[in-house]
Design a binder for this molecule. Sequence first.
Ligand SMILES: Cc1ncc(COP(=O)(O)O)c(C=O)c1O
Length: 445
Amino acid sequence: MNQRDLSASQALNLEHYWMPFTDNRRFKAKPKMVVAAKDMHFTTAEGRQVLDGLATLWCVNAGHARPRIVEAIRKQAGELDFAASFSLGHPLAFRLAERIAALAPKGMGHVFYTNSGSEAIDTALKIAIAWHRLRGEGTRTRFVGRERSYHGVNIAGMSIGGVTANRKAYSGALLPGVDHLRHTHGLSQNYFSKGQPEHGVELADELEERIIARHDASNIAAVIVDPVSASGGVLVPPKGYLERLREICTRHGILLVFDEVITGWGRLGAPFAAQRFGIEPDLITFAKGITSGAVPLGGVIAKDSIYETFTKQGAGIEFFHGYTYSGHPLACAAGIATLDTYEEEKLFARGKAMEGYFQEGVHSLKGLPNVTDCRNLGMIGAVELASRPGAYGARAYDAFEKCWDKGVFVRPVGDSLAFCPPLIAEKKHLDQMFGTVAEVLKTLP
Ligand SMILES: Cc1ncc(COP(=O)(O)O)c(C=O)c1O
């Protein structure tokens, strides 16, 4: 479809852009186009204001177009637009790493930059394999992921990820040597849990009883988990589950990687989920909220002891890995300004303080037609809907479109609707979001 009028003043050719993770034909038949964003709202091409109930794609934790961040990017573009980081440095990359290390769990003081969460996952897996090899345990090359977890779209991330729709077309090309733990969702005693579910800690035991027993720990490099699996449908870990994974990994010399691409940067009321749960992973991957979405940036935070294993080797490059844009000046400037914004406005604490109100909002949807579950932790939640026969996902997608038409953006994930508002959200925004969703669900077939 060419030359579609989006507004009186605009005509766009929609044909040539192959949109990611999108039903291109459906979108192009009825585009949802945004032309501006500020704080909690998008402005659409038609001039409507739409509330951003998902921090756009779980990223915009500080809200849109925040002055400090905008100014930092502008200034940096005119000062040092680009400097590569292969044997060349610029101060911002070091300054940001120091700031990230100060927020990370104790003893995790080294940051490797990527441009995205998917690249962060690749990087973490490479660090894990290389680290074991440097210590004389080169047989540790296997990975353990989880069903329904999402770790991005690169081959490594898809291999350890467990979203069937993402994996099925590439099945034969995925990494060998990957096992998956069961996901933790669906125990009937856990439906409508507020916060962490009570049941299911024993699901962690299959790491030892099934996977380590089958392969032997001497072949396993790392276990990778997203502490709250967001893109898998907002799956909150049962009480004690992550702690038990940590114990088992420690007992068997296996690295534990927390993929905090979504749970990082205040989403759970602390800098990282690691602190919320009081667990020390060995590696943390991050992206998204580090720049509040304003410039692509991701990375891996490593335990000091892991970094030191690399750097105590003889002279020469210690880790043959890196991206042209690792530590891009614009991204680092945006990252520092974002961390300044989080700090000045105490946004992590603000998210924590709002958690109770948010939780009540999520659970206010219980009892509406087709609602089979409500769940939440921190400022992330979901309502699950019964699937229409033979049309998994259709009901949530329709709900998403109707909410959009009524001025609220929330995301369908399978047959769940996910909520993840910017941490600047006020009660009135949450009221509007849950009120609109309720209104839509009441009439949705
Ligand atoms: C937990 C997790 N890991 C990795 C990724 C991939 O990040 P990106 O899309 O920046 O590659 C995502 C994206 O949503 C994610 O949620």
